[in-house]
Design a protein around this ligand. Structure first.
Ligand code: FMN
Ligand code: SF4
Length: 453
């Protein structure tokens, strides 16, 4: 069933409920006048543990890429010990094809601030750092102004309606990054926040136990937190009327795909943009219903389901539902950020793969050999093929390198290497002919590996 009413875009006019041209920045007064901060007021009347239980029952899954259930993450915190505890908001949003958090920050910053306050209350976190990507100059300004409004209206600060947390006044700061993709990985984000080089940390310990400055820290994406106010205000049953329920026979501890989702569509469509729909809408429906169809009437060739780290869908997978099971069901890494990049029939898949791998190779932080060396090898190999100098041995090499990166889970510190690997694997597996037609036969006898599935 399609979304019946806008939730995250309630105040951000978006087709089919409104028109892009009517969008404007929502002030504190506008937000309150349209039901904002009601969820926070309800949360203040609840015990912190009840708020966490409600979030757990909602099965809200993280919207930053990994899809981990927010309430479960919140329950991992150790008991309070009177010392500081932090919330780090992941507003790095550097994944190519992903621009959904930016829309919330551009127009409705208080929906994020309400979610932040609810999380602080639930998890008893006294200080929030919103880590925002370096290039988001305008959004950082908007956020700072909204935070000032929130202080002036006692959401945060010495007279906060939440009272003191850990015997401290609840505080909220914006921390600007310097434009590195890797700083979106949660532990690299923490290092960057601490003023160190933005390198991912080995886990465990997980941030909930030892995060920012060695203290318990919750890290959540902007959209995840923005969903908290509506859930606390309107309840778990309401939230679960949207999205995809758990299929029969799947045990209850496996989270489903409930709720609405911001879906950013770019590429070869007539009307790219960020739209809100229930999880489970198909790629075809997004293109036809929201994006005005394929640009210039061309045929669909492929789409990235959610940021390029997730790999690509095949031409016959246009009816793939955008939910958290898309990875398992359609041979890609996952839903990721639901930043869909649509490619038409004229797309050069070799050039596209080369461009994707160039990005990952450039953004690799260099700590792990398979990621640092492997991504650069793959980039050079793809470039060779694109320029017409590749051989079938290069295709074998690509399969071998991508297979080794993925075949050794745990050999790299963070998921960037998996993103590179899934991108290459899916490009090759789903568009083999495009690659094979660009190479010459290899002179290396007997060098051939099976195609990975
Ligand atoms: C290389 C890499 C880049 C990432 N970039 C982002 C990002 O820009 N924004 C984000 O929210 N999560 C990003 N993540 C996921 C975070 O590590 C983390 O899972 C997320 O912030 C948790 O929030 P959530 O549970 O609310 O989704 C990235 C992960 C990896 C491996
Ligand atoms: S996988 Fe890549 S980006 Fe991640 S820590 Fe290792 S080298 Fe750095």
């Amino acid at each position: 069933m399609p979304l019946q009413e806008p939730v995250l875009t309630k105040r951000i006019p978006t087709p089919p409920f409104g028109d892009f041209s009517q969008r404007k920045l929502i002030s504190y007064e506008d937000f309150v006048a349209t039901g904002g901060y009601v969820g926070l007021k309800k949360a203040i009347d609840m015990q912190p543990s009840d708020i966490i239980d409600t979030m757990k029952a909602s099965e809200l899954r993280g919207r930053g890429g990994a899809g981990f259930p927010a309430g479960v993450k919140w329950s991992f915190l150790p008991p309070q010990d009177g010392k500081p505890r932090y919330l780090a908001v992941n507003s790095d949003e550097s994944e190519p094809g992903t621009f959904k958090d930016r829309m919330l920050l551009d127009f409705d910053p208080h929906i994020l601030l309400e979610g932040i306050a609810i999380c602080m209350r639930a998890c008893q976190l006294d200080t929030t750092y919103i880590y925002i990507r370096g290039e988001y100059h305008h959004q950082a300004k908007v956020l700072n102004a909204a935070i000032d409004e929130a202080y002036a209206n006692n959401i945060f600060g010495p007279n906060s309606i939440m009272g003191k947390i850990n015997d401290r006044e609840p505080r909220c700061f914006v921390h600007r990054g310097a434009g590195a993709y890797i700083c979106g990985e949660e532990t690299a984000l923490l290092n960057s926040l601490e003023g160190k080089r933005g390198w991912p940390r080995i886990k465990p310990p997980f941030p909930a136990v030892a995060g920012a400055f060695g203290r318990p820290t919750i890290i959540n994406n902007v959209e995840t937190l923005a969903m908290c106010g509506p859930i606390i205000d309107r309840g778990v049953d309401w939230f679960k009327t949207m999205g995809v329920a758990r299929p029969e026979g799947v045990p209850p501890h496996v989270p489903a795909s409930y709720g609405p989702k911001l879906i950013g569509v770019s590429g070869h469509v007539n009307r790219p943009g960020v739209y809100e729909e229930n999880l489970g809408i198909t790629v075809r429906e997004m293109i036809e219903k929201y994006c005005g169809g394929m640009r210039n009437g061309k045929k669909f060739k492929s789409a990235v389901p959610g940021g390029i780290a997730m790999g690509v869908l095949g031409t016959d997978q246009i009816d793939a539902p955008l939910d958290f099971d898309i990875g398992r069901n359609f041979g890609c890494l996952g839903l990721g950020t639901a930043g869909v990049i649509v490619m038409d029939e004229d797309t050069d898949m070799v050039a596209m793969a080369r461009n994707v791998v160039r990005f990952f190779s450039h953004e690799s932080c260099g700590q792990c050999t398979p990621c640092r060396e492997g991504s650069n090898w793959v980039y050079k190999t793809l470039k060779r093929i694109e320029e017409g100098n590749g051989t079938t041995a290069d295709l074998d090499l690509l399969l071998e390198v991508s297979g080794s990166q993925g075949a050794m889970p745990g050999t790299t510190i963070c998921g960037l290497a998996d993103g590179t690997n899934w991108a290459i694997k899916t490009f090759l597996n789903k568009f083999w002919d495009d690659f094979e037609s660009r190479v010459k036969p290899s002179k290396i006898a007997g060098y051939s590996l099976p195609v990975l599935v």
